[in-house]
Design a protein around this ligand. Structure first.
Ligand code: IVH
Length: 680
């Protein structure tokens, strides 16, 4: 069954097909808690059906999924008749649809002759399961799922073990139904999945399905281990309660009764402010400890709600603004393997481009060999692609129901796709590697890494340029960066005088980076920034490290035996020695900070540096201050001993120092202070 929408041939036929698909997915989602396709794909099916029914009203039937809510209640749970139906919400997928809803609202109000201005309550749309809690004389007597909106499932025993749900209320009316969302906090979901992995069991797909599955357990003690949470957001049947004029008053009352009410709920005056709220939460959704998939906008005035009423499925006084999807399905065209700077072979998916997580994704990571095997994704599959926030896009898994017949399992290539060397997988490692240090992919990765921010920080030398220079035979190792033929560069397309000069300046400036940065840039396996810093401080010069024994390297605090072995091996390799000599010849800094030797002249002092000094980079000046026992904070305060001022100082620091009477030193004064510990 295709999960992606298809152009209609015969509308009646297409309507039938869409209904069949939607019913199938409803059953998987509502009854089995195991959807096959992402919500966004499901929404697309419903939208297509609704559009066809709008265009051909004769095709609309009362049993169409567009006229109903949710799924049929499961016979495994006793049925519960909702005295006030549990409705669904209409969706708005962009600003225009939100405004169209606002316009419909206004039109109806005008028709009703009501000139009253309305306010909007904006609530986060919690990605969980709707529940209705019935209290009689303050006692929780029944909890029910939404089911099809009229009849739900009795999950009272399970709701009783959800800690956020009060068993008993003080000061409640004789009958009170509170509705809201049961959800699973992300931390709980992650913990449960970790336990599944440790037990060798299948992991759960997402917090929503896990929450739904946990709520519909036969055994409440299982539900209890799942640590579900609850937000209340709506009233159902109420007998004898106080009369409220607005929705926000009912929420405040619920909070006073002891129900959790989401703290982000906000009352706003108009739709532009509502849209701003939606955008803000779209950008910040991942800062929350639970998942949301949109914003629910509700008219605040309850008398206006009554006037607006509902359709068969959803109230007219509310709309769900849905965020762009973070999961979509698309065709997996191929699986390829990329080789990184350490030789690691990473499989990645080549996809039919799809708009997901706010951008169009054509490639997605598959992490490693075991993950491809576990997910069993095959070229030709329809796969679920996920891109959440800043996280890199990944393939979640295949939609098995859509798998074409005869698709072969994908197998990891035996040889490096770039240099043809046989790939190796060491015992206990998750990755295969290309062992050929001269592999062009590894060399390019190593040069990119050398130029990257945490290493030699060469602006303008990114992936594309490195690959270009490599193709042109201009770079074969990291040291070649310092032997570029700039005349030749100028003759290349896309390289004007200015861009060549900028690149040249950036490369020249990188020669004076601290030794730790150089060590990071050399791409020595297992050696990270902290280890590089420790080595630079301990040895003080690259030459001393070059000839150090494994034992001596391992004696440095913060360097374990694995790093020591790897560093020693790197420096004893003749090819690497040649690179070191090329770097030396180019004038790259090999000196490290020498903490041990510096006299502690600045002990107890705090020295702030601003502007550019002739003999010290900013980092170097701060290092020297610290090496002499002083502190080097980023701003001036009453505790500052002196402000050292170079070319182009920061106005704020200078003014503050003058205000507070902090002594101001030039570079000569700074050196005097370093040498003597006395202000000049
Ligand atoms: S109000 C008649 N408020 O979204 C109004 N629903 O797509 C009924 N949901 O069935 C719902 N957060 O399961 C409302 N703050 C919120 C919500 C919310 C999540 C869910 C709820 C509902 C579904 C509709």
């Amino acid at each position: 069954m295709p999960a992606v929408t298809e152009a209609a041939r015969d509308p009646a036929e297409r309507v039938q097909e869409l209904r069949r698909q939607i019913r199938h997915h409803d059953r998987l989602y509502y009854e089995l808690d195991a959807p096959e396709i992402p919500d966004a794909d499901y929404d697309a099916l419903v939208r297509e059906l609704r559009a066809l029914e709008d265009e051909y009203p004769d095709l609309r039937t009362p049993d169409s999924p567009t006229q109903r809510v949710g799924g049929a209640p499961s016979p495994a749970f006793a049925p519960v008749m909702h005295r006030v139906p549990m409705m669904s919400l209409d969706n708005a997928f962009d600003e225009a649809e939100l405004q169209a809803w606002g316009a419909r609202l206004q039109r109806r109000l005008t028709e009703l002759g009501d000139g009253q201005r309305v306010h909007f309550v904006c609530e986060l749309k919690i990605d969980g399961v709707a529940i209705s809690l019935r209290y009689e004389h303050g006692e929780l007597v029944q909890a029910a799922t939404r089911g099809d909106g009229r009849v739900g499932e009795d999950v009272t025993a399970n709701a009783r073990v959800v800690r956020d749900i009060p068993d008993r209320l003080e000061g409640a009316p004789p009958v009170l139904e509170v509705r809201g969302e049961i959800y699973m906090p992300i931390s709980v979901f992650e913990r449960i999945n970790k336990a599944q992995v440790e037990a060798g069991q299948r992991t759960y797909a997402n917090p929503r399905n896990t929450a739904a599955g946990s709520l519909r357990q036969k055994d409440p003690s299982v539900t209890a281990t799942r640590e579900l949470s609850f937000w209340s957001y709506q009233l159902g049947e109420v007998q004898g309660g106080p009369a409220f004029a607005t929705h926000h008053e009912t929420l405040a009352w619920l909070r006073d009764l002891g129900f959790p009410v989401n703290p982000e709920i906000t009352v706003l005056d108009d739709l532009p402010a509502v849209y701003e709220f939606c955008q803000r939460w779209e950008a910040n959704r991942h800062s929350l400890p639970y998942e949301i998939d949109g914003v629910v906008v509700k008219v605040d005035e309850l008398n206006v709600r009554d006037q607006l009423g509902s359709t068969s499925k959803a109230p007219r006084w509310a709309i769900a603004y849905k965020f762009p999807p973070e999961e979509r399905t698309t065709l997996l065209k191929d699986i390829m393997v990329s080789i990184g700077r350490t030789g690691r072979a990473t499989p990645f998916a080549v996809l039919e481009p799809v708009f997901v997580g706010g951008s169009t994704v054509g490639l997605a990571t598959l992490h490693n060999e075991d993950q491809v095997r576990e997910k069993d994704v095959r070229p030709g599959d329809i796969v679920i692609v996920r891109k959440a926030g800043e996280v890199i896009p990944e393939v979640v898994g295949p939609v098995l129901a859509d798998r074409p017949k005869g698709l072969r399992r994908w197998t990891f290539p035996k040889r490096c796709p770039v240099c043809g060397t046989e790939l190796v997988r060491l015992y206990g490692e998750a990755d295969r590697r290309c062992p050929n240090e001269q592999c062009p992919a590894r060399v390019a990765g190593a040069i990119e890494h050398f130029a990257s921010r945490g290493a030699m920080d060469i602006e303008g030398l990114g992936e594309q340029r490195v690959r270009l220079f490599q193709q042109l035979g201009m770079v074969h190792d990291v040291a070649d960066v310092y032997h570029l033929d700039y005349e030749r560069l100028r003759s290349l397309e896309g390289f004007g005088d200015v861009s060549v000069a900028n690149l040249r300046n950036a490369i020249e400036a990188s020669k004076s980076r601290p030794l730790a940065n150089l060590l990071v840039g050399l791409n020595i396996r297992h050696l990270g920034p902290a280890g590089a810093e420790a080595l630079a401080r301990h040895f003080g010069h690259l030459d001393r490290l070059l000839d150090a024994s494994v034992e001596e390297i391992a004696s440095v605090e913060g360097i374990g035996p694995v790093i020591a072995e790897s560093v020693h091996e790197w420096f004893t390799n003749p090819a690497n020695r040649r690179i070191v000599e090329k770097l030396r010849a180019a004038g790259v800094n090999f000196e490290g900070p020498r903490v041990e030797q510096a006299p502690q002249t600045l002990a107890g002092m705090s020295v702030v540096v601003t502007g550019t000094l002739a003999n010290y980079s900013r980092e170097r000046a701060e290092e020297v201050i610290k090496a002499h026992g002083g502190k080097a904070p980023g701003s001036v305060s009453t505790k500052t001993t002196a402000l050292v001022v170079g070319e182009g100082p920061g106005a704020a620091k200078l003014t503050k120092a003058r205000e507070l009477g902090v002594p101001i030193l030039d570079e000569a004064g700074f050196e005097h202070l370093l040498a003597t510990g006395e202000l000049p």
